[in-house]
Ligand binder design. Structure first.
Ligand code: CA
Length: 225
């Protein structure tokens, strides 16, 4: 799942990004309101963490513009205790939740998780491919009756594939969907995670759910392999 953080203080933005990435989320950062609004419009996010006091366009305006355009991505607004704009106003402009600065990252992560759960309420059911099953709301995975323990990132890769079971997913699309789109590390990281996943969801069960399609990408068998 992908989250947009709109925050002009680089230190706060970097810390929020790290904290959310630690939860297995892909995070993009925008440093001002204009960029934030553009990114939220151009890309699809599961949630937006939006600071109020921003250069260019403040958080209230960004949120109001999104809602006006019919974009209902859940928004968590960051308010300052000494700011002249308050929480009620945040909710008035269409934010789903707010958090007063300074906040602890544990609390931030809990609020973002709650937003993501709420956003998923319309489709809370586990996703299945044959006897392979993942529950995105609770971050759990099973092969038949056997529960499989996955790291946050392994889970994110599997969730991305199983939501598109039967489709060939190019490596770069997987990278963009699970890591953030400014990821500038080695794209072979995808292969590493595919290998980890096979070791957990396929090999112990003598199955082959994740297929490598030479030169094209990966495909998770719709029947679970
Ligand atoms: Ca700010």
């Amino acid at each position: 799942m992908r989250v947009l953080v709109v925050e002009d203080e680089p230190k706060v933005a970097a810390a929020v990004k790290r904290g959310l990435e630690g939860e297995g989320l892909a995070v993009d950062v925008a440093g001002d309101g204009v960029d934030g609004l553009w990114m939220a419009t151009e890309h699809e996010y599961d949630a937006i963490v939006l600071d109020i006091m921003l250069p260019g366009k403040n958080g209230f305006d960004v949120c109001a513009a999104l809602r006006e355009a019919g974009n209902w991505t859940p928004v968590l607004m960051l308010t300052a205790k000494d700011g002249d704009l308050d929480e009620a106003e945040a909710l008035d402009t269409g934010a789903d939740d707010y958090l007063t600065k300074p906040f602890s990252f544990v609390v931030l992560v809990a609020h973002v998780r709650a937003l993501l759960r709420r956003a998923n309420r319309s489709a809370p059911a586990p996703i299945e491919a044959g006897d392979l099953r993942v529950d995105p709301a609770r971050h759990r995975c099973w092969r038949g009756d056997a529960e499989i323990t996955l790291t946050a990132r392994e889970f994110a890769v599997l969730e991305f594939l199983i939501r598109r079971a039967g489709e060939v997913i190019p490596k770069l699309r997987l990278l963009e969907g699970v890591w953030d789109y400014e990821f500038d590390g080695d794209p072979n990281i995808v292969e590493v995670y595919i290998r980890h996943l096979r070791r957990k969801i396929d090999e112990p069960f003598g199955r082959k759910a994740i297929e490598t399609v030479r030169g094209a990408g990966y495909r998770l068998a719709a029947d679970g392999g």
